[in-house]
Design a protein around this ligand. Structure first.
Ligand code: 5AD
Ligand code: SF4
Length: 460
């Protein structure tokens, strides 16, 4: 048993948050205690993201601080885990601060690696040699997945459950297939068992995770399961009230059954995150996205014809190599037509080893990327404002997350209670004044004011 104190710092997406929670659970099980302050820790674990250079720079600057900290605390053990660990491998050990490098497929070994580093004072690297040839049946990873149950959930009553790992799409800008490996769907019975255990622990909202979650496909004997089947089985579990799934790849395959499941199953939230990345067919082709802008919009139409009130969210990359002002205006046009609830806009960041980085020289300056980023967000803001305004004076059910970290101002409300952050089933953020005891519970609220991304509400 270990008694060391561990601090976990997480960067990146929901997948990483889930991995960080699994590592936290594994450490606790092995006797470690967790601490919020890295200055009090014997071990610092950094879960890293490689999707853009900016994310990697943040990790490197954090490692710079830890290098200084090690001068006065030479016994401190620093572990770098996640996508950057897989991408850079032993090169990361050259950094003076780093003792352990552990890739996403090796996280089941993390407690052993840390224990060994604490006693032997040696450096360790555990990454996958040839990740695109990784064994799809990684039993250790599958076992590790179930640890999550015992850990405290980051947001009360909410949990993330992975339904698949990796990605085979090879969008030319994207590092994910090279750091998370080939696409593998988890067995339906393992997913459903896990959901039942989570429901037993009081989880009300489950978000199913996959890089392209709508590609989920699992063959068991005669039967092939798709995501719609998982949703149907999950909706039958008492205690689970809301189900979401992220992120979707715009494709015909499995799309109709998934939309029909959403329409037929009240527990499946009417929310679809479906990144378009660009509105220009020329750029989509260069990105190796296998659809045109018209086909993408047709998918949204199809979804809306089945679920009229569906909330749709998207992602875009601006400044991809070769993107002209005309290409960008086609993206603006697509955003105007898509009527997203919200969208995330990223500036293209070349990732070493990807096809775009190898074959397509950067052609858009940092200034133009910034300008396009701001312009696209401004177009979306007007749309979000119009969509959120429809909530005014309406009553909605929300799931409360907890006290707001940065209270939004609504002076009209009484300020006696802390401000709570909550979300509607279709993922709109609603803030209202209420008792902290509501965290993790459903509440009925009336919307009193709206802004593009936030609904202001009153507890009923
Ligand atoms: N540069 C900028 N954005 C990227 N994304 C993925 N790779 C890159 C990159 N190289 C964005 C995509 C994806 C989101 C998670 O990150 O929009 O949907
Ligand atoms: Fe990256 Fe494309 Fe896979 Fe998404 S679908 S993880 S953008 S390669």
């Amino acid at each position: 048993m270990n008694t060391a104190k561990a601090h976990i710092k997480n960067f990146g997406c929901q997948m990483n948050k889930l991995d960080a929670a699994l590592v936290a659970a594994a450490l606790k099980k092995a006797g470690f205690s967790l601490c919020d302050d890295d200055r009090a820790a014997d071990v610092v674990i950094i879960n890293t993201c490689s999707v853009r250079d900016h994310a990697e720079q943040k990790v490197l600057s954090h490692l710079g601080n830890l290098k200084h900290a090690k001068k006065s605390r030479p016994d401190l053990v620093v572990a770098v885990i996640g996508c950057m660990a897989q991408r850079l491998g032993s090169k990361l050990l050259e950094h003076q601060a780093v003792d352990i490098v552990c890739g996403p497929a090796q996280i089941p070994q993390i407690t052993q690696l840390i224990s060994a580093a604490l006693t032997d004072r040696k450096k360790f690297v555990a990454v996958t040699e040839d990740i695109r040839r990784a064994d799809p049946n990684n039993a250790a990873l599958e076992d590790f997945e179930s640890l999550y149950d015992s850990d405290d959930k980051q947001i009360p009553s909410q949990a993330f459950v992975r339904v698949m790992r990796g990605c085979d799409n090879f969008c030319t800008y994207c590092i994910v297939p090279y750091v998370r490996g080939p696409e593998v769907s988890r067995p339906p019975d393992a997913i459903i068992e896990q959901l039942k255990r989570l429901a037993g622990q009081g989880v009300k909202l489950v978000t199913l995770l996959g890089q392209t979650v709508n590609s989920y496909q699992y063959k068991a004997g005669e039967r092939t399961y798709c995501l719609a089947d998982i949703l149907e089985m999950a909706a039958g579990i008492p205690g689970i009230e809301w189900l979401r799934f992220i992120t979707n790849y715009p494709q015909q395959k499995h799309f109709d059954p998934i939309c029909r499941a959403m329409a037929a199953l009240p527990k499946v939230c009417n929310y679809l995150h479906i990144p378009a990345q660009s509105g220009s067919d020329r750029i989509l082709k260069a990105m190796n996205r296998r659809y045109t802008a018209a086909e993408y919009l047709a998918l949204l139409d199809a979804a809306r014809s089945i679920i009229p009130n569906i909330a749709i969210a998207g992602d875009f990359i601006v400044g991809f190599p070769g993107e002209t002002e005309d290409d960008f205006q086609q993206t603006v046009e697509l955003v105007r037509k898509a009527l997203y609830k919200n969208c995330f806009v990223f500036k293209y960041s070349p990732r070493p080893g990807t096809t775009a980085d190898k074959r397509l020289p950067e052609s858009v300056s940092a200034e133009i990327k910034q300008k396009r980023n701001i312009e696209l967000l401004a177009v979306q803001e007007t749309i979000s404002a119009e969509l959120s305004a429809q909530f005014l004076n309406k009553q909605v059910t929300v799931l409360v997350e907890g006290p707001s970290k940065k209270p939004h101002l609504n002076k009209a409300e009484n300020q006696n209670h802390p401000q709570l952050v909550s979300r509607t089933a279709d993922d709109w953020i609603a803030v209202f004044n209420g008792p902290e005891s509501l965290a993790g519970k459903f509440a009925n609220v009336r919307i009193t004011k709206t802004s593009p991304l936030t609904l202001f509400a009153q507890l009923l």
